[in-house]
Design a protein around this ligand. Structure first.
Ligand code: ADP
Ligand code: ZN
Length: 703
């Protein structure tokens, strides 16, 4: 085992991170001791470091097999930003470009080479001449036809073990199910692989399910409160992505559609804009996201109910990879359930798909902590409620719903179990629409017995009755609602029914929120974000490659004003310190000063000094009048000068003196305090002059 200090130092120096995330260190040690390793980590868990760090420590090259070109480019950009030599080889490159990369590989300059499985053969000759220290196979579940995302080219990867028998292989995936796991080890010919499964809990993601009432309005309100935060909205159909994007655009939101039916160039462009913070919102089908490493996706919305929990979890996992709090919202509608049921029953493997959809629906209708349900789906047993889902935050209130249930169930009987849910609600509410009259339902008993309950609430109660098994939807018979034997217990044997109050919170929240609260754009965080954005444009890399949102947040809180202080921040490594440190430090110092220069309490005292000074009094006279020291008055004048008040400070100090102090500033490396200057000049230059000179120097340099 390699010594821990060395690993931690490597992590800090090269990636800027203060500590390992769960399992990272164990996985790295396993590889470094030469063992084949299978790492299962949720999206955003930190898989990349598990092979990038060993790649730095090991003598030879690390080959990374990755399915997506966009992803390779991103990772290589990130590595370069940290000063690590890496490249990728794929079919999109010219011959010369590829040759240049191969040259570097042969010269042992490159530490990591990313390659798509389809392009591996291109490196065959090169392999004969180099030492391969590690092979990492990212998104390893692509090898298995059990999982989703099956990629035929992955099935050839089994040859790698034979080709490099003594090189450890690290397979990584976020897909945990056992069948896939075993398939990966077998097909890759891994030798006694060590298995590491990380917790799938992503505590920073909040979980929320809302009824799909006025979805578009809810979404617009949600985004309006976070106009600078990137987010993804997943929709079921291509058409919805386009329609929704258009509606959002009309409300002034920078949103675009993304789906597999769009032209490849347009798709690539949209994805780039999103990654580079030029497009705020993407309305996408599930085709979007797999190839994205963007760490500052702040929220994910599911416009429609997802097909299964695996997909849902992977999609929400694209939010908050940087570990900062991020929001997820899923809209649930009865219509979606019906449509998805139809798809599932017509597709391959119908039984399994329907069962998975059913689990998804149960999750959406959950009355207990959602995270517990999700994690138990992935085989993790959790006893504590999470406190970060809508159920934990707003627990449902139960009431005796027996009478409501009896009304609904007898309505279903009166309608001969031959109508779908909306008709039952209309019937219960005594609606006078054409269909009701045509069928003469208004003459039946129980017509309008539930007129006092709103349409929306009846819908929710009926869905609750379905979920509790008192009635069911006959999907193969126009979604007619049928009774189950349980219903008879309620109707004839006095069984009590518990219902939960319909959560109106969401609908109300939507209407109250009209007065939009725009976040302040003059925070230090926003300033740093702007600097990051500009730098990213200069260097043609995504903004989060420069620094993640989490790093900027820490800068905002800790306000580092020296190299050492900046380096102490999680996510700042040596290379980034060297490249960007001075820019961010200067911005923080400037910000600090601009805030410090406008102290509320002090403002009047400066004003008084200024008024007296403008009336022609000397600093000494002002000091006397105000009963303050001369040096205090001088410091007022210096401050006022720095804030832009036209005061001729050269009446108190000569140009030569300023030059001398400017030199001292360089020699002393810009100390924050005045004392070092005072001592530097062997107490021969008074504090007032030092202060005035520094005001002049700083004003000059900020021009
Ligand atoms: P995955 O591939 O598992 O989805 P990534 O490797 O992309 O995850 O890492 C997700 C995010 O976490 C990235 O922004 C990465 O920089 C960050 N990260 C990884 N390891 C650490 C660590 N030890 N400390 C802090 N941040 C980390
Ligand atoms: Zn919870």
């Amino acid at each position: 085992m390699i010594n821990t200090t060395l690993l931690h130092d490597t992590l800090k120096d090269n990636f800027g991170f203060e500590k390992f995330r769960p399992n990272q260190e164990k996985i790295i040690n396993s590889i470094l001791s030469g063992k084949d390793t299978l790492a299962i980590m949720p999206t955003g868990g930190g898989k990349s470091v598990c092979f990038q760090l060993p790649a730095i420590v090991l003598p030879g090259i690390t080959i990374v097999i990755s399915p997506l070109i966009a992803l390779m480019k991103d990772q290589v950009d990130s590595l370069k930003a940290n000063g690590i030599v890496a490249c990728y080889i794929n079919s999109s490159q010219s011959e010369t470009e590829q040759q240049a990369h191969i040259e570097n590989i042969l010269n042992n300059k490159t530490k990591l080479v990313y390659v798509a499985p389809e392009s591996l053969s291109y490196l065959e000759n090169t392999f004969n001449q180099i030492a391969v220290s590690l092979i990492a196979i990212d998104e390893a579940h692509c090898i298995s036809s059990w999982g989703h995302d099956f990629r035929p080219a992955y099935t050839n990867l089994g040859y790698l073990k034979k080709r490099f028998p003594s090189t450890p292989i690290l397979a990584l995936t976020a897909t945990a199910d056992k069948a896939t796991r075993e398939d990966i080890s077998k097909q890759l010919n891994l030798i006694n692989p060590v298995l590491y499964i990380s917790s799938f809990d992503r505590k920073n993601l909040s979980l929320e399910v809302r009824p799909a009432l006025d979805r578009v309005k809810q979404i617009i309100d949600f985004i309006s409160n976070k106009p600078l935060e990137s987010g993804i909205i997943y929709c079921l159909s291509r058409k919805t992505t386009e329609e929704l994007a258009e509606k959002l655009q009309k409300s002034g939101i920078n949103a675009k559609a993304y789906h597999a039916g769009l032209d490849a160039n347009l798709r690539a462009q949209t994805q780039d804009e999103f990654i580079n913070d030029d497009c705020q919102v993407i309305c996408a089908t599930i085709a979007f996201g797999m190839g994205i490493d963007k760490s500052n996706v702040r929220w994910v919305i599911h416009y429609n109910l997802p097909k299964n929990i695996e997909g849902y979890y992977q999609e929400i996992g694209r939010a908050g990879r940087d570990g900062l709090p991020s929001e997820t919202i899923m809209f649930e509608s009865y219509g979606d359930v019906i449509q998805l049921q139809k798809f599932a029953s017509q597709g391959l493997n119908a039984e399994v798909q329907l069962a998975k959809l059913e689990r998804m629906r149960q999750y959406a209708d959950a009355l207990s902590c959602r995270r517990k349900i999700l994690l138990s789906y992935f085989g993790e047993i959790v006893t504590q409620n999470c406190g970060n889902c809508d159920i934990c935050k707003n627990p449902p209130a139960f009431f005796d719903g027996t009478i409501l249930a009896q009304k609904a169930l007898s309505a279903i009987i009166r309608l001969k179990e031959s109508e779908p849910l909306p008709v039952i609600v209309d019937f219960l509410r005594g609606s006078k629409n054409a269909y009701i009259f045509e069928k003469e339902y208004q003459n039946l008993k129980t017509y309008a017995v539930g007129a006092d309950v709103s349409w929306y609430d009846w819908n929710q109660y009926l869905i609750q009755l379905i979920n509790q098994g008192y009635c069911e939807i006959a999907f193969h018979q126009q979604n007619k609602i049928k009774l189950t034997p349980l219903a008879h217990e309620v109707l004839f044997n006095g069984e009590k029914v518990q219902l939960t109050t319909v959560q109106k919170a969401t609908a109300e929240k939507v209407t109250i929120k009209e007065s939009k609260v725009k976040p302040k754009n003059d925070s230090l965080f926003e300033m740093l974000r702007k600097i990051r954005y500009d730098l990213s444009k200069e260097e043609s890399v995504p903004a989060y490659v420069i620094f993640s949102d989490a790093v900027l947040k820490e800068m905002e809180i800790n306000r580092p004003m020296s190299d050492d202080e900046l380096l102490a921040i999680d996510g700042v490594g040596k290379v980034k310190l060297e490249k960007y440190g001075h820019i961010f430090i200067k911005a923080i110092i400037d910000f600090h000063k601009s805030k410090a220069a406008k102290p509320k309490k002090g403002a009047t005292t400066y004003k008084e000094t200024l008024a007296l000074f403008e009336s022609g009094l000397s600093p000494e006279a002002i000091a006397e009048k105000r009963n303050l020291g001369v040096s205090t008055i001088m410091s007022h004048l210096a401050k006022l000068y720095q804030e832009g008040v036209a005061i001729d400070l050269f009446q108190f100090i000569t140009k030569e003196e300023v030059t001398k102090i400017a030199e001292a500033k360089i020699i002393l490396e810009s100390p924050a305090a005045l004392k070092p200057y005072f001592e530097h000049f062997e107490e021969q230059v008074p504090y007032e002059k030092i202060r005035l000179a520094l005001a002049i120097i700083e004003k000059e340099s900020s021009k």
